[in-house]
Design a protein around this ligand. Structure first.
Ligand code: ADP
Ligand code: MG
Length: 448
């Protein structure tokens, strides 16, 4: 693992190119790396406003830069300097102190991806069963196995679980996991290096295994030479009765520019899909992950997170990691406030297409009131409550300043907006009727 300064310097050199120079100087270059710990890079911003601005404008780019410079997935979190009090000095010493050289030599199979911690639900039951069967009898059932599904739904996890299980129970077997991209890089390198001998070492490496797992095979779309090499590897392995497992973000028929022979090999595999998890499975996953992290989080908070992050388990894990991190940082139990803060960055990415008009419209529909009333001056209870809920939801789902929300509601003061928001925040916890209304309206908005 590189130290935080090196990582941050490398990220800055990427960001400098991607962000206009004013934005870079004013916002990004003022951040400082606080620490890298538990797969989280913590950056500090000089003020809370600075932090909000960076989160709103640049977080996706910063995350992108992080992914480019680090080998393993690392979360980025930004905190304001005055939010962290004493914490920095305390923990600042530890990360560098425990940086053994061995981390560099990363085992390709990540032991944290195993069957025991893979939560099974309707969305992945079939893929799980097939993977288990392959792990129990490699080369004998379902060969090849082809797993497909959207981003962050557990393809790599389940694939590596096969590898880890086989390594455990049949240690004499040679197991190899690579992404299609690594395969390509090694292939290209081998051609350049062994000009005379051709790529002998490369071929031996890939054709001498008992279990080959090739991840993200959609990557080979349009790469003819690579497809040819993969086809030949197939042939060799299949003739020798060796197991192959492929993962892809789409089914074989949807991978474009694919050699017919390769496509027909993929299609004649056992093809299984992984679908996005339903709410129950998402809660179960959060429960499992928080138990594994030895952190106690109440059901209400787990549900709160699971309801808000629906389509990608990796993102949901990212939110949970942040929740745990913040709870340690603030030294208090995980509460709704912490969940909301952790969800903040996530929402900025997910929900920027939502408009205030849509939220107001859905609120009006739910309560059967007129928009003119909601943004107008009337103060009767039938109007005030929907108004406050709409304000609360705009604040939660959109990333706009309180003053702008005030403008939307007929030029109200930002303190009025704040009052409405805080009032509904409290009621969401204590009043079932309000909670139901908020959740139903949110569902209406998000379904659009
Ligand atoms: P993909 O390869 O499909 O993009 P990954 O396998 O990398 O997705 O999964 C993303 C994250 O979600 C990983 O950290 C993984 O452990 C976790 N994950 C996915 N599915 C499950 C599951 N069913 N149970 C537990 N964790 C899961
Ligand atoms: Mg993957």
């Amino acid at each position: 693992m590189k130290d935080k300064e090196t990582v941050w310097q490398e990220m800055l050199s990427i960001l400098e190119v991607e962000i206009n120079s004013l934005g870079f100087d004013v916002w990004v270059n003022k951040l400082r790396p606080l620490k890298i710990e538990d797969d989280i890079l913590v950056l500090t911003a000089p003020t809370p406003e600075h932090k909000n601005e960076v989160v709103a404008r640049y977080l996706p780019l910063i995350r992108g830069a992080m992914r480019k410079v680090s080998q393993s997935p690392v979360e980025v979190i930004i905190v304001a300097e005055d939010e962290i009090g004493e914490a920095p000095q305390k923990s600042d010493v530890t990360p560098t102190a425990k940086e053994p050289a061995e981390v560099k030599e990363q085992p390709v199979l990540n032991p944290k991806y195993n069957f025991e911690n893979f939560v099974v639900g309707g969305c992945n039951r079939y893929a799980y069963a097939a993977a288990r069967a392959v792990a129990d009898n490699p080369g004998q059932v379902y060969n090849p196995l082809f797993i497909y599904g959207g981003v962050g739904l557990g393809k790599t996890h389940i694939m590596q679980a096969i590898g880890n299980a086989v390594r455990m129970s049949m240690s004499n077997l040679k197991v190899l996991y690579v992404s299609a991209e690594t395969f390509l890089n090694e292939f290209v390198e081998s051609i350049q290096k062994d000009k005379g001998v051709r790529n002998q070492a490369f071929r031996e490496k890939y054709r001498g295994v008992d279990l080959l797992m090739l991840d993200d095979v959609q990557f080979m779309s349009g790469k003819e030479k690579m497809q040819e090499e993969i086809f030949n590897t197939f042939e060799a392995l299949q003739n020798a009765g060796k197991q192959m497992v492929f993962a892809s973000d789409r089914p074989p028929q949807d991978i474009r520019d694919l050699d017919d022979r390769v496509r027909s090999r993929f299609s004649s595999s056992l093809v299984v899909d992984i679908q996005p998890p339903d709410l129950e499975t998402r809660i179960a996953i959060l429960q499992k992950k928080s138990q594994d992290a030895k952190v106690n989080i109440a059901m209400a908070q787990l549900e709160y997170i699971a309801e808000r992050v629906s389509s990608n388990i990796r993102e949901m894990e990212g939110v949970l990691t942040k929740v745990i991190f913040l709870s340690r940082l603030y030294e208090r139990k995980v509460d709704f406030e912490i969940c909301r803060e952790a969800l903040n960055d996530y929402r900025v990415q997910e929900c920027d297409e939502i408009t205030a008009d849509e939220i107001i419209e859905c609120t009006c529909r739910y309560f059967n009131v007129q928009k003119a009333d909601i943004v107008g001056k009337r103060k009767t209870k039938e109007i005030v409550e929907p108004r406050q809920i709409a304000i609360y939801l705009i604040n939660e789902l959109m990333n706009i300043p309180l003053t702008s929300i005030g403008d939307i509601f007929g030029g109200r003061e930002h303190t009025t907006v704040m009052h409405a928001r805080d009032k509904i925040s409290a009621l969401v916890v204590s009043d079932t009727k309000i909670r139901t209304a908020v959740n139903d309206i949110k569902a209406l908005v998000l379904r659009k």
